[in-house]
Write a protein that binds this ligand. Sequence first.
Ligand SMILES: Cc1cc2nc3c(=O)[nH]c(=O)nc-3n(C[C@H](O)[C@H](O)[C@H](O)COP(=O)(O)O)c2cc1C
Length: 390
Amino acid sequence: MLSEAIALPCGVVLKNRLVKAAMSDELGDGVGGATEPQIALYRRWAEGGAALLVVGECQIGPEHPENCGNLVLQPPVAIDRLTRLTGAARAAGAEIWAQLGHAGALAPPVTGPPKGPSALRVGALEAEALSDAEIEALPETFARAALAARQVGFTGVQVHAAHGFLLNQFLSPFFNRRTDRWGGGVENRSRLLLAVIERVRAAVGPAFPVAVRLNVEDGLEGGLDLPDALAVVERLDGAGVDLLDLSGGVYFPGAPSASDRTSSGPYFLEAAREVRRRTAVPLASAGGFKRRADVDAALASGAVNCVGLARLLVLDPDLPTRWLAGGEEAPAFPRFKDPPEGAVTAWYTQRIRAIGEGAEAQGGEDAADALAAVSARREANAARWRARYG
Ligand SMILES: Cc1cc2nc3c(=O)[nH]c(=O)nc-3n(C[C@H](O)[C@H](O)[C@H](O)COP(=O)(O)O)c2cc1C
């Protein structure tokens, strides 16, 4: 099934079942624009053969970024390099979608205090609550970002409601302690996500892919659990979603994050089977796929229609081409001894940079060194971002 095309509800056809899962590449110019290494990166991944590349964490505005090395899709966007980035992927035959993100309570405090559904002080996290008017304005901001994405040549968008960022925070009782119409039961907690999807769909029309990345569980005490996630899925059914991309975990101390896990997966297939019973929307899931046999089994079982690969495609951007030609081999994941929190992801961030800079052949560094390098660059990007938007 790997090489079978699939038509999404909007009519767009994915040429095979492999998706380059969303990854913050941190290769932007530090004020939301694209760079030459970023263009080279997406060309390389598109040439690698996946049907779809999702560009991680394209920010819907500069106020609450997940990462100051990523793109901003708030109009007016600098069209030139972005259009070349999407054009490079399209020329190589891939769909390229923008993941629309707002980090909410987990944003670095670059332009002001982070704001999420509720005021929170937990450990190092200090966030203010969004006002009702600020929440009301969000669907329109997402819709404008989706239009900007389409304008610069993205062929679809993915609304990011996973990994502990804003729309996941609204779904999660850990972050969302509101007592108004945005908080409480699942109906209220999912109100914002549904409003965002409705507004985005109305803006882009019926023929443009609108996907959602959703946590099936936060893995955080008091966070979103599977029963509530399934209730959200039922509410999303019929909302005009083209692909539901299932993930889990949050970037918050004490919780597992999908990208820092070293255990073998796939992580979310059991949950996907439950989701499948509740919706007809095409499903994808990323997380812990390490072998072609696992990908084939996931597709053959019907649990998902597409499989997302993140770290494997950092280790080997050409993997889809080889698998689609019948190959079985996959690169081994590097092993790290007691890596500090975030270091595994940072190591991959460094490898992504190496691909973009044409330095793939160079050996990978130690995970702790990677974390130090990534942290230093994040600070430099945050300073640029603050100077521009603060
Ligand atoms: C360097 C890196 C950056 C990531 N950035 C994002 C992101 O921006 N948005 C997102 O939804 N997931 C992000 N992820 C998570 C991946 O999409 C994926 O869910 C996770 O890595 C598990 O899949 P894998 O086992 O194939 O790596 C990131 C992962 C890595 C390694």
